[in-house]
Write a protein that binds this ligand. Structure first.
Ligand code: KG4
Ligand code: ZN
Length: 342
């Protein structure tokens, strides 16, 4: 069975073709980062318009790379939510249009389920059950994943998402959007412990996170320095910030592994591309005799492959989840808990 996947929830337009027998056939991606950089964040209206511009050429590219004709697919999976309403509408309407024209069924996919299952696309995938750390620009959650659609929320952020903390702190240091990769690059040149930042909720008994205090601590530290900041001071602040956030993420993952008695940790979402986080998680896991799994680096941030794959897994689990009606709605605030219950 061949599933076409369409992702357009935020600032990446992603298209992919996944075959349940042969694996990923092709994928095509366009990132709008450069478009939004001058505004310091994603501008929703610009995002929607750019998805409209990119989506058809990307579809042609993905079908071309896979040497497939649209009529050869079996279903269309698209990101139904959560995300920016206008952006989601682009992918959803193209999916519905294609489904209607080709007479193929549709399946609306939850964006976070796409991230959550994306490590299963890797060459050495984990097996169910596993603990998953979902760390993206909008979400920070720890989940126990027992199978497709069988997700138990173990803990989540009470305020900012980890990616948001990366991006906002980077902005305070004058780094361009998106700040996550930039601040971690800068941190590599910084000296540890010159600036010590709080590790919010590090010792709380639960598996929740809180990052807004950390961002405020970066703000007060920046304001206390003589301006403009020298390169060395910026790098040291970056280092203090990255060390703090990584410590908290790693400690909570260790706690989740201990509580669930599981030995596999899956890390998904954009922040999962962070090098410092990967190194620290690797050390923690080898101490605990656990294994850490990541999606291929190109599938850490938003992409169509994870949507095609999650759609295919859903269909395999329950073929009735596909629909042949072509009206569509988007779900900008769709929560994972609603999904697990569905
Ligand atoms: O999963 P994603 O592409 O989009 C959402 O669904 O949110 O994640 C984007 C987030 C941004 O906040 C970005 O700064 C962060 O992931 N990110 C990183 C790195 N690469 C992307 N954060 C830290 N280090 C990185 N290397
Ligand atoms: Zn995402």
């Amino acid at each position: 069975m061949i599933v076409l996947g369409i992702e357009s929830s935020c600032d990446e337009t992603g298209i992919a073709l996944y075959d349940t027998g042969r694996g990923l056939l092709s994928h095509a991606l366009y990132s709008q980062i450069a478009l939004h950089a001058e505004y310091g964040g994603v501008v929703p209206e610009l995002a929607s318009r750019d998805h409209i511009r990119r989506i058809v050429p990307l579809l042609e590219e993905a079908f071309g790379k896979a040497s497939l004709k649209p009529a050869e697919i079996d279903a269309v999976a698209y990101t139904q939510g959560p995300g920016l309403a206008g952006a989601l509408l682009v992918g959803s309407s193209v999916a519905a249009g294609l489904g209607f024209a080709l007479g193929k069924p549709l399946i609306g996919v939850h964006h976070l389920e796409g991230h959550l299952l994306s490590p299963l696309l890797a060459k050495q995938p984990p097996e169910f059950p596993f603990v998953a750390l979902l760390v993206s620009g909008g979400h920070t959650q720890l989940m126990k994943v027992s199978g497709v659609g069988r997700y138990e929320l173990l803990g989540e952020t009470l305020d900012d998402a980890a990616g948001e903390a990366f991006d906002k702190s980077a902005k305070l240091l004058g780094l361009p959007y998106p700040g996550g990769p930039e601040i971690s690059k800068l941190a590599e040149q910084g000296v540890p412990d010159v600036f010590q930042f709080p590790r919010p909720m590090l010792h709380s008994k639960d598996l929740n996170f809180s990052f807004s205090g950390l961002k405020t601590a970066v703000l007060t530290t920046v304001n206390r320095q003589t301006q403009p900041l020298s390169g060395g001071v910026r790098a040291d602040i970056a280092r203090g910030f990255v060390d703090a956030i990584v410590d908290v993420l790693v400690a909570k993952c260790a706690k989740a592994l201990r509580q669930t008695r599981l030995r596999q940790l899956v890390v998904a979402g954009g922040v999962g591309a962070n090098r410092q986080l990967r190194t620290a998680l690797g050390k923690m896991a080898s101490r605990r005799r656990c294994r850490v799994f990541y999606p291929e680096i190109e599938f850490c941030t938003d992409n169509g492959a994870m949507i095609a794959f999650a759609g295919a897994m859903r269909i395999k689990e329950n073929p009735d989840c596909m629909r042949h009606t072509y009206g569509f709605t988007v779900r900008p605030r769709w929560s994972m808990e609603e999904l697990a219950a569905a």
